[in-house]
Ligand binder design. Structure first.
Ligand code: SF4
Length: 300
């Protein structure tokens, strides 16, 4: 695919970026030698919307307990939801369990290595498919997350922020990848730069390893869009869903409606809405006698 980058773009030099990464990288357990493709996939599911510090302890316990897709699938969806704990956005846990089930049953317990097959698996989107192909299998594919989009917007396009995701993003980043086997290292370094130096709110340009940055050269022009508001959690439906799931996680058997009702008394309409959404998402199910349980624990 043709590069969409402007002709006069300052390039991101792979050697400089990777050299910086080699001494500046965080020691993250899923990046260590010997970590399997499945374990890398699990980390990518967890990291989609949750910070590294919260993911790390859960991931370590998780891969020790369930090192393969088949062990995860055999655990059952409810146990997986319990182990997901407070990582948030629990639909990811259910999708991860579904993904494990498909890989165990249809792919001989081996995570596929091509992007198209990965994209066909439950819960795997454009980013995760390419992250697994790149970081687990060393393929030269563009891995584009929010951090990468921001670094490219600034260093290459001279913009404060990346704007909305677009179909151009993949081609943009692919044009930056080195042609040789160093592409995966370049990709992880680019992500690390966005996560630790070229951050959304306070880029640390003084320690940035990129000698050329279009945004810096232009004098840091302000972004066009409105400033992003921090997502609040307290009082949201997400918080109520979390409270209801906490009750069910803590119980080995289905619970009465009254036990769920006391988990959120501030707004009963909101509580009902949250419970309905958990039922619709398939995270919670109702037993024949009207009690509630985690998915897979409601009986026939
Ligand atoms: S110089 Fe600053 S804005 Fe440019 S890529 Fe580096 S950290 Fe980001």
């Amino acid at each position: 695919m043709a590069a969409i980058l402007p002709e006069t773009r300052p390039m991101i030099d792979p050697d400089q970026l990777v050299q910086w990464y080699e001494h500046a990288q965080r020691d993250l357990p899923w990046r260590r030698p010997g970590v399997s493709a499945w374990q890398i996939l699990v980390s990518e599911f967890m990291l989609q919307q949750t910070p590294v510090a919260r993911v790390e302890p859960i991931w370590l316990t998780w891969v020790d307990r369930w090192p393969t897709p088949s062990t995860t699938a055999a655990a059952g969806a409810a146990e997986v939801l319990r182990a997901w704990g407070k990582l948030g956005y629990p639909r990811r846990a259910k999708r991860l369990h579904e993904c494990a089930t498909v890989i165990a049953a249809e792919h001989d317990d081996v995570v596929p290595d091509d992007v198209d097959t990965l994209l066909s698996l439950p819960g795997i989107g454009a980013y995760t498919a390419r992250a697994v192909a790149c970081f687990a299998y060393g393929q030269r594919v563009p891995v584009v997350d929010t951090n990468v989009r921001r670094v490219v917007a600034r260093a290459v396009h001279g913009l404060a922020d990346a704007g909305s995701p677009s179909s151009r993003d993949l081609a943009d980043v692919e044009a930056l990848l080195p042609e040789d086997s160093g592409a995966p290292q370049f990709s992880v370094a680019l992500m690390e730069l966005g996560a630790t130096v070229c951050t959304a709110r306070a880029p640390r340009c003084g320690v940035c390893p990129l000698p050329l940055c279009a945004w810096r050269s232009r004098g840091f022009p302000a972004g066009a869009g409105p400033a992003k508001r921090t997502q609040k959690y307290a009082g949201t439906d997400r918080q109520v869903r979390g409270r209801l799931l906490d009750v069910l996680r803590a119980s080995a058997s289905p619970v009465d409606r009254a036990e769920l009702d006391v988990a959120w008394t501030t707004d009963t309409a909101q509580r009902d809405r949250a419970l309905d959404s958990l039922l619709i998402d398939g995270l919670v199910e109702q037993t024949a006698d009207g009690r509630f349980a985690l998915c897979g624990e409601g009986g026939d």
